[in-house]
Design a protein around this ligand. Structure first.
Ligand SMILES: Cc1cc2nc3c(=O)[nH]c(=O)nc-3n(C[C@H](O)[C@H](O)[C@H](O)COP(=O)(O)OP(=O)(O)OC[C@H]3O[C@@H](n4cnc5c(N)ncnc54)[C@H](O)[C@@H]3O)c2cc1C
Length: 811
């Protein structure tokens, strides 16, 4: 066994084997995998091992495509071919029109990744799968590449190829401890001796938290028991001249695929069970949980009704094993929060289908610092601090119960809520707030006109359309108040803070006291890493000179990691998070100044407090830091208040607002207004796949300033020219907003992808942002959009259709 290597991957299931193989593919051969038992002895050996191309966003579709292509190649290996039923096809069933709309959207999204799903009716489903009945069925989504693979052969093949490329695999070698040294390297302690290395990867399946504990980390991953059974031979299958397609059923929560001449049927029962919550038996190896078919009777009936052949055939094997879930259902693949040189690939609930792709994206991140796709949907840092064991288990149960029921727009599932609130949450609830959840924070989405009001989550505009319109109108015509909680705020102090930020931001950084600016941070590839509001607070009785670095609600761990990593030896910079301590009250509208002047001393005139100013003051008797910035496009103030004084500030503003018709508004109104202004959202429109030029942010780049992170790469990218350009589109459609991922078309050709969409109430336009082929980015260009299966006209318009001259905002 080596005593020193570059990377130690811990765990020899699909996650670990795929990571090891892909590290060698990215050019690192001095890498090892350590496995406590034999390869695949965790969950992988007993997986149903279905491999679908279906995903909720383009990153997931892209990584699954990678799996499929890789597995196909392995199945055709002339020396060691593996068993892979590639292209049996699969159907996701639907019995409501709303589900069909969703499938049409996912088909539109996948098309942009060169993946071609079909949305088919019930009769076509039955034609393609002769064993199913069409009762209570409208249709389904057809994935032509669906199939299944032999999980053990797959892992062996990946390990074999990795070894061939120089990697080593140590079986029967449990990791017992992890020590991180001052220089951020690691010692991995095993039963057979220590291995020093630069980087560790946790790929330990359901034992993720045993290894997490060795580095002092709790990962938000919980295991559920999950069962399938295998039937005896079914004559109709034996006699069929093709393999049966796979079935996934959100109506009765089961899946089904052909296994030899019988069927394999797996269940996601409502009466489900967590597993291993109080520790896992050391000897649970190559093992299963006891059979418990009684638990799945609720879903069995649905499966039998859909496939009557099941009633006439015996069951010969039952498999019940642990499967892992995270709090939002997507795996954790990437850097471990708060740790250096530590990565994970965990929480895989569909690890056989996805594992090839996850290992690929993780290896790219380890070797190059970034992957080819934006990996935020997988980033382990996307939950900040609230994801404890209880919350994880509640969300795991909810996700398991809804396995095949995708989230609809504006659907906010109830488990594990509320996790993060402010003193205002109960008040806003009493005012009729319908809450959305942002990284655990309860945020008012809109205010219900009456207590019984409900919206039906839909891909079309829903019942709240006019309610949100009224909120926007109130802001535009008078004044509105909105709570923005959980906004990330890092306080940066120290003599070198400005120099430090200047090195990280690609444009000019405001240095003047009392001023606020917007900056973009690039990665080493010159693509967008982060967006920050940079506010310079003067020295005062509240503290010394400091910068408030403000960024998106879930970005706290992500941005903190990035900033911390770039503090140079000897540089005087300290960073602390105030994210959980302060909340923003946004006061917006033509009467905003009057309201603020009523409850806060000082000169709030345009001359006394112009656009992009900052001032420490009191609102009522709440200490506040007021910034003259606006995401709505109206005259607006962001009032930052410590949570202890939030209620006091709120009361003062409400009272002052009475005379001016102040109304509350929520996140949906904000979304509409920011799109009318051309403002962008981190991880919707600002992603690591594009640079600031492609994203329409040239004005925030200053190449002539000194060096900054990503500068050389950006210059090289600029010379090559853009791959895509972000544009604003006006849609010829009034029944549905554009959804992120939807394809922009020119005839039959996909020429772009939507990042955001919303109705613009002030301009009366259905708006979308999309990255499109650069030659099509000119204003006035006409394209089409596949909007949930409807082909609608989309025209490029200049950004910021509302107040394009920015006169209102600066008034
Ligand atoms: C019944 C069932 C059906 C499923 N069906 C499908 C399906 O159809 N399609 C699909 O895509 N997915 C399916 N899954 C999920 C899929 O099987 C898992 O997502 C996948 O196998 C997880 O792989 P892994 O490598 O993350 O974990 P594991 O396979 O559990 O591997 C983790 C490895 O880490 C090792 N390890 C742990 N601790 C240590 C240590 N201290 N030192 C060294 N090694 C250690 C373990 O021994 C183990 O080998 C199914 C799961 C179940 C339970």
């Amino acid at each position: 066994m080596k005593s020193r290597t570059k990377v130690v991957v811990i765990g020899g299931g699909i996650a670990g084997c795929s990571t090891l193989y892909h590290l060698t593919q990215e050019g690192w051969s001095d890498v090892v995998l350590v496995e406590r038992n034999e390869l695949t002895s965790g969950t992988t050996w007993h997986s149903a091992a279905q491999v679908t191309n279906f995903g909720m966003n383009q990153t997931m579709v892209g990584l699954k495509t990678h799996s499929i292509n890789l597995y196909k190649e392995l199945s055709e290996d002339p020396e060691y071919p593996i068993n892979y039923h590639h292209g049996d096809g699969g159907i996701r069933l639907a019995n409501t029109e709303a589900q069909m709309q969703g499938y049409r959207h996912f088909a539109s999204m996948a098309r942009g990744m060169n993946v071609h799903f079909e949305v088919i009716d019930a009769a076509e489903c039955a034609r393609r799968h002769p064993l199913i009945s069409t009762d209570n069925l409208i249709g389904g989504l057809w994935d032509p590449l669906d199939g299944d693979i032999d999980p053990a052969q797959l892992c062996q093949a990946l390990a074999r190829r990795a070894r061939k490329a120089g990697a080593e695999v140590y079986r029967n070698t449990p990791v017992t401890g992890l020590i991180q040294h001052q220089d951020d390297t690691w010692t991995v302690q095993t039963d057979k001796g220590d291995i020093d290395c630069d980087i560790v990867v946790n790929a330990c399946g359901y034992r993720v938290n045993e290894v997490g504990a060795m580095m002092g980390v709790h990962h938000p991953v919980a295991s559920m028991e999950h069962q399938y059974f295998l039937t005896e031979e079914i004559p109709a299958i034996k006699d069929a001249r093709h393999r049966m397609p796979l079935i996934r059923c959100p109506i009765s929560d089961y899946y089904c695929r052909q296994e030899k001449h019988g069927l394999l049927v797996g269940f996601y029962e409502q009466d489900c069970k967590t597993w291993g919550m109080d520790g896992i038996d050391h000897n649970f190896v190559n093992a299963l949980c006891p059979d418990d078919l009684d638990r799945v009777t609720d879903v069995l009936e649905g499966a039998f009704a859909r496939m009557p052949a099941l009633m006439e055939v015996g069951i010969h094997t039952i498999v019940n094993g642990p499967i892992t879930y995270t709090i939002d259902g997507a795996p954790l693949v990437g850097p471990i929060p708060g740790k250096r040189n530590a990565f994970c690939i965990i929480g895989l609930r569909a690890g056989l289908g996805e594992g090839g792709g996850h290992g690929w994206l993780l290896a790219q991140q380890i070797v190059h610092g970034e992957a080819c796709y934006d990996t935020w949907c997988l980033d382990p840092r996307r939950f900040t601090g609230h994801a404890n064991v209880e919350l994880t288990a509640l969300k795991a149960i909810e996700d398991y119960q809804n396995e095949f029921r995708f989230h609809f727009p504006h659907e906010h599932r109830p488990a594990g809520r509320p996790a993060k609130t402010t003193p205002l949450t109960p008040l806003l609830a009493a005012e009729g707030a319908d809450f959305t959840v942002v990284n655990g924070w309860e945020r008012a989405d809109y205010f219900k006109p009456d207590p019984e009001f409900r919206h039906t989550p839909s891909f079309h505009f829903d019942e709240a359309f006019d309610v949100v319109g009224a909120e926007v109108r109130a802001v535009q015509q008078a004044v509105g108040l909105c709570e923005v909680n959980g906004f990330n705020r890092l306080e940066i102090t120290g003599a070198d803070r400005q120099r430090f930020l200047d090195r990280l931001v690609c444009g000019a950084v405001t240095k003047r006291d009392g001023r606020v600016g917007l900056g973009y941070l690039l990665n080493h590839h010159g693509r967008i890493k982060a967006e920050a509001t940079i506010a310079n607070l003067p020295a005062s009785d509240r503290g010394p000179h400091r910068v408030w670095y403000g960024s998106a609600a879930a970005s706290e761990f992500h941005d903190m990691d990035w900033l911390q990593q770039h503090i140079q030896q000897g540089e005087h910079v300290q960073i602390r998070s105030l994210t959980n301590d302060q909340t923003i009250l946004v006061l917006a509208g033509p009467k905003a100044r009057d309201v603020l002047a009523t409850c806060a001393r000082g000169d709030w005139s345009n001359e006394g407090f112009p656009w992009l100013s900052l001032r420490e003051c009191f609102v009522g008797f709440a200490p506040a830091t007021v910034m003259r910035v606006s995401f709505s496009g109206e005259l607006a103030y962001e009032i930052h208040v410590p949570n202890a004084s939030l209620y006091a500030a709120y009361l003062a503003l409400r009272q002052a607002g009475e005379a001016h018709g102040l109304k509350l508004f929520g996140a949906r109104a904000v979304e509409s207004m920011r799109m009318e202004k051309g403002f962008l959202h981190w991880k919707a429109d600002l992603i690591t796949e594009f640079d600031p030029y492609e994203t329409g942010l040239s004005r925030f780049v200053k190449l002539e300033k000194g060096d900054f992170v990503g500068k050389d790469a950006l210059i090289a990218r600029k010379a090559k020219g853009p791959q895509r350009r972000l544009v604003t589109l006006q849609l010829d459609c009034d029944h549905a907003p554009a959804h992120a991922g939807a394809s922009v078309m020119l005839g039959d050709r996909v020429v772009g992808t939507v990042t955001s969409g919303a109705w613009g109430y002030r301009v009366g336009m259905n708006l979308a942002y999309a990255f499109v082929a650069p030659e099509l980015a000119e204003n006035g260009n006409q394209m089409q959009m596949d909007l949930c299966g409807d082909i609608v006209q989309a025209r490029v318009i200049p950004p910021s259709p509302y107040d394009p001259g920015f006169e209102i905002i600066k008034s």
